[in-house]
Design a protein around this ligand. Sequence first.
Ligand SMILES: Cc1cc2nc3c(=O)[nH]c(=O)nc-3n(C[C@H](O)[C@H](O)[C@H](O)COP(=O)(O)O)c2cc1C
Length: 212
Amino acid sequence: MKFDIEKAAPREIYNLLIGLVAPRPIALVTSMNEAGLLNAAPFSAYNYLCTDPPIVGIGVTNRPDEAFVPKDTARNIRRTGEFVVNVVTEDLAQQMNICATDFPAEISEIEMAGLATTPSAVVKVPRIASAHAALECREHTTLEIGRSRIILGRVVSIYIEDQFIDPAGPYVRSEELHAIGRMNGLGNYVRTRDSFLTIPRVPYSEWKKRQQ
Ligand SMILES: Cc1cc2nc3c(=O)[nH]c(=O)nc-3n(C[C@H](O)[C@H](O)[C@H](O)COP(=O)(O)O)c2cc1C
């Protein structure tokens, strides 16, 4: 099947893209408004984009039905300039999903999800206490593209529970962290346990030897 993007409805493009660019890591983003009201919401249009400087990117569409009203996360980050990416692992999956419910503004998703927060090391926005790892970020740039915003955040501090770090690298013990990924948007996620393929990179010197 071929899809002509010029003729396709936004929902169709969304369905296809999120099904094909998968699995995606999930950022459970905590942010605060000017009055200090805390917000949490998951985003899977998310990745690190470079490490020197350390930049992560998050794609946030505006609210559906209200053409140019940004989601609370995008608005908060634009106004207060800080946020925390809490890494979503299997044990946080249900609570992460509750944070995606479109509660009215006066209801706190964090409370509804039964999540507790704890102070961050550098930014004012707290992290989720039960998250095993978190990236504290300051807004670098927010690009407004059509009905969406792409938020670039500079990572200013990294938190990870000791048990998930191999200090030798340091490397993250990914096989123990049990992060989850989002698939096609039908409520489907992927576990990262028992699914590791280890494929070491081949340096050219090694490659040449193998050809002999
Ligand atoms: C796993 C998951 C991933 C999501 N990823 C995105 C995303 O990348 N971009 C987006 O705009 N909304 C995404 N959403 C929807 C937002 O989480 C949802 O609209 C949320 O209510 C926004 O909250 P806020 O207004 O407090 O920022 C996702 C939802 C789920 C469950």
